[in-house]
Design a protein around this ligand. Structure first.
Ligand code: HPA
Ligand code: ZN
Length: 330
């Protein structure tokens, strides 16, 4: 049994496996520009974030109905449960669906058909985090927040994703202020491909409580000191970093140095269908490539629950943390 963990950086659309993509395409009468799953898998050679995003948005064409989103989420939850996930804070990208004529209600209620029963069906507690696409306009983000208002009882927080460079956090100041006033938690992708200054800006201007990726903080010693002092969690995604070439090879990933520096790091899968593994696979990969000790792996699992948005259920968090401490490595 893998160590119990929370997953805090997971795009539900990035869990769309080729087999499910073709099944949904057939169900919805959508034609994909790939002959079969094998041909599709051959397209999974990425040069950078944008080359991945192009395929990620293209395949979303198969997601049309509530049932599609339900099936997608159930497939993820089943795989996550098998890898020790006990709690998942799941991103979704409503603008990418609304642009295709699939409305907010279809996405949220479809996902909720799976998430509402995830404790019973998969042994996983869940939260939803709505992401804004940073390469779309600030007005579009504000319209998206407006469209989400009937569904806020299902949504814990907001995030910011898609193409980072050239779209600094400050562009989204107003929508983050509006979301905070609605009681939503705030995270943002920063420092994946973008510079460390984007991380600082996400903290100062957007008031984020957790930074997604944050990898490039290591280039700014003052920023690292601040993240350590303020216990700001980073949701790292090691296999994603290799596939999108943020690091050359896993053995050179800065995770060990980041843990040594006292950063509150977590390990996550990002878009597991595309990047070669779910969160347990990411744990296994860093364990072998970086030689992490059992103490370090337990620290990563502990951090995942500490960094989670379980302030609304501290009893549950305490139970998960006790499971981590009691875990015996085999
Ligand atoms: N980075 C930015 N945007 C994304 C990602 C990512 O890794 N995955 C899905 N959208
Ligand atoms: Zn991401």
């Amino acid at each position: 049994m893998p160590i119990p963990k929370a997953e805090l950086h997971l795009h539900i659309e990035g869990t769309l496996e080729p087999e499910l993509a073709f099944a949904l395409a057939a169900r919805n009468g959508v034609t994909l520009p790939y002959a079969d799953t094998e041909a599709l898998r051959k397209a999974y050679l990425f040069e950078d974030l944008q080359s991945f995003l192009n395929l990620y948005y293209e395949l979303m064409a198969v997601l049309r109905t509530e049932r599609d989103f339900e099936d997608l989420a159930n497939a993820y939850l089943a795989r996550a449960a098998a890898q020790g996930v006990r709690h998942a804070e799941i991103f979704f990208d409503p603008q990418a669906h609304i642009a295709r004529g699939v409305d907010m209600g279809t996405v949220v209620e479809g996902l909720w058909r799976a998430l509402g029963d995830s404790g019973t069906n998969h042994g996983i507690s869940t939260r939803l985090i709505m992401c804004f696409l940073r390469d779309e306009s600030a007005d579009s983000a504000m319209e998206t927040l407006e469209a989400a208002k009937p569904y806020l009882h299902r949504i814990t927080g907001i995030g910011l994703d898609s193409a980072e460079v050239g779209h600094p956090p400050v562009k989204f100041r107003e929508v983050y202020e509006a979301a905070a006033a609605l009681g939503l938690r705030r995270v943002a992708h920063a420092g994946e491909e973008g510079p460390p200054a984007y991380i600082t800006e996400a903290l100062d201007v957007l008031g984020v409580e957790r930074v997604d990726h944050g990898l490039r903080c290591v280039e700014d010693a003052e920023l690292v000191a601040r993240l350590v002092r303020d216990r700001i969690p980073l949701t790292l995604c090691p296999l994603s970093n290799v596939r999108l070439r943020a690091v050359d090879v896993l053995a050179e990933h800065p995770l060990p140095a980041m843990l040594d520096a006292g950063l509150l790091c977590t390990v996550n899968s990002d878009d597991p269908a595309y990047f070669g593994g779910y969160v347990g696979d990411n744990f296994d990969a860093v364990r072998s490539a970086l030689g992490l000790s059992e103490d370090r792996l337990r620290e990563l699992a502990r951090n995942s629950f500490v960094a989670s948005f379980l302030e609304d259920d501290e009893e549950l968090r305490a139970r998960y943390l006790a499971e981590v401490e009691a875990y015996e490595f085999s």
